[in-house]
Design a protein around this ligand. Structure first.
Ligand code: KIV
Ligand code: ZN
Length: 513
């Protein structure tokens, strides 16, 4: 997509051929406030991540609980393609817990910034360094692959950060991770930090950037531009506080905007995102990039028309690429193309005048702030199809008064064979009152009995459309049905009855000819 631009960009020259995805949804992601996953849920997420094709899965913090250890053991025993990693502090018992789960990869960390050294650990720089080096040696002696994080790296003195990373490199660490623990990097800072570390170190570098200022993905991409071999991220960007870099946004940007191949089955992205969102209870905002409900939804008539001609007009990538589906949403911005396209999906074929009437109905509902579901559209279209072609009787106006201290009254104004007529009648309720008024107004043309009356709310909510179905008979052996949908159930009832009365009159006129 960006080939021309891509080739021109000097900035991309440091990007590694292979960029590994280290997923920490099950560790940092589970640290999201209020989130606690069951062992089975974690196993299912791990399986989905494996199918997606992430390189490493941080399964949890084995020393912290029996449940964490059981999860790690069970996931390890599945023999997934992804490497399963356990988190550990720089203490031997934490490494032993990782070994006890049969894992081969450990991610060990210690706070290195003055804040962490002085307030949390109460350790000198030398002591922090010594603990880091000792634990690398201990882990290596036990046959583990080791990734080391200088926690709060981005608030650590540059000299000390370089020093500790060099020492762990000399101790044989396999991967150096750079956590922006409280998300304070700007994209330019991220790029220069990783670039500078690249000049100092030979071991592969990884990023772990938090999202406190909404920059985690941008910063991660900058780290990758500077030469990082791996990035940490989570599904849907969940994690401590504002979360981590979202793996789906990072992966899709690399593939689609950087033209960088990734060994990932992107069509599985939505599936894993949706599952994580359901089991964590962390609902996605509708406009979340890639996986949000609206990421591939179109409402405005201009956009829908463009999409139908060529999806590139208003979509940077196809929804299928990430396992999503395109949604055409109806509302006040909709145009005829959207309505026609949707109705085709439901095998409903309308005449041009009916289509116009449906569009007007949809727009008027949109103006009242209602979003129109597929079921709403079907009901509106069916009521339009149900309208008799010939309108002997047309509704010009309807008003009702109702309440516990007044007797329900309806005033109905009709155009009957070109003549305007109005009548007010009472009833046991407002629908009954309106039907009594219609009965009185049309009595010179036909009498009618209501044989059937069904009302149904489409979808929930007080602003749901009410769909009314009626059957009327004239007592002379002629029956007719009527249907209508409206957010006002009295209006829907009146319209359904008038549709039926018009059909009744049509039948009678045909019989008389
Ligand atoms: O954000 C962080 O610093 C961490 C460490 C454990 C790497 O999650
Ligand atoms: Zn973190």
């Amino acid at each position: 997509m960006r080939e021309a631009v891509y080739k021109m960009k000097e900035d991309y020259k440091n990007i590694q051929d292979k960029i590994s995805v280290f997923d920490t949804t099950l560790r940092d992601g589970e640290q999201s406030p209020g989130v606690a996953l069951t062992i089975d849920e974690k196993i299912e997420i791990a399986e989905k991540l494996d199918i997606l094709g992430v390189d490493k899965i941080e399964i949890g913090f084995p020393i912290s609980s029996e449940g964490e250890r059981e999860t790690a053991k069970r996931v390890k025993s599945l023999g997934l393609n992804s490497t399963i990693c356990g988190l550990a502090r720089t203490v031997e018992k934490d490494i032993d817990a990782v070994l006890d789960c049969d894992l081969e990869y450990v991610h060990t960390f210690i706070g290195t910034s003055p804040l962490h050294r002085d307030y949390k650990l109460k350790l000198s720089k030398d002591k922090v360094k010594e603990k880091a080096v000792n634990i690398i040696e201990y882990s290596k002696d036990h046959g583990l692959k080791v990734e080391f994080s200088a926690e709060d790296a981005t608030r650590t003195e540059w000299g000390f950060l370089k020093e500790i990373y060099k020492e762990v490199e000399n101790a044989g660490v396999d991967m150096i991770n750079v956590p922006d623990t409280v998300g304070i990097l700007t994209p330019m800072d991220a790029k220069s930090l990783i670039y500078d570390l690249k000049q100092e170190l030979k071991v592969p570098l990884s990023t772990h950037f938090h999202n406190d200022f909404g920059l985690a993905v941008a910063n991660t991409l900058m780290g990758i531009e500077a030469g990082a071999e791996q990035f940490h991220g989570t599904v849907n960007g969940i994690g401590e506080r504002a979360g981590n870099a979202s793996i789906e946004e990072t992966i899709m940007t690399l593939i689609s905007l950087y033209n960088h191949p990734m060994d990932v089955d992107t069509t599985k992205i939505f599936n894993v995102s949706d599952f994580v969102s359901r089991v964590t209870g962390m609902n996605l905002s509708q406009n979340k990039a890639i996986v949000g409900k609206n990421a591939f939804a179109h409402e405005s008539g201009i956009h829908v028309h463009g999409i139908m001609e060529n999806a590139d007009t208003y979509e940077p990538i196809r929804p299928e690429m990430v396992g999503q589906t395109r949604r055409i949403v109806l509302g006040k911005q909709s145009g005829g193309h959207a309505i026609e396209g949707k109705l085709k999906e439901f095998n409903i074929d309308l005449k041009e005048n009916q289509l116009k009437a449906v569009l007007e109905h949809v727009k008027s509902l949109g103006d009242k702030g209602k979003s129109i579901t597929d079921d709403d559209l079907k009901a509106i279209a069916l009521s339009e199809m149900n309208r008799s072609d010939k309108k002997y009787v047309e509704l010009l106006g309807l008003s009702v008064t109702s309440g516990d201290s007044v007797s329900p009254t309806a005033t109905v104004r009709l155009l009957i064979d070109g003549e305007m007529k109005e009548k007010a009648r009472r009833g046991v309720g407002p629908v009954d009152a309106a039907l009594n008024a219609i009965d009185w107004l049309v009595k010179d043309s036909t009498s009618f009995e209501l044989e059937q009356y069904h009302i149904e709310a489409i979808n929930g909510g007080t602003n749901a459309l009410g769909e009314v179905f009626v059957m009327v008979s004239d007592g002379e052996g002629n029956d007719a049905t009527g249907r209508s949908a409206d957010e006002d159930i009295i209006q829907a009832s009146v319209q359904a009855v008038l549709n039926a009365v018009n059909k009744l009159l049509m039948i009678k006129k045909e019989l008389n000819n």
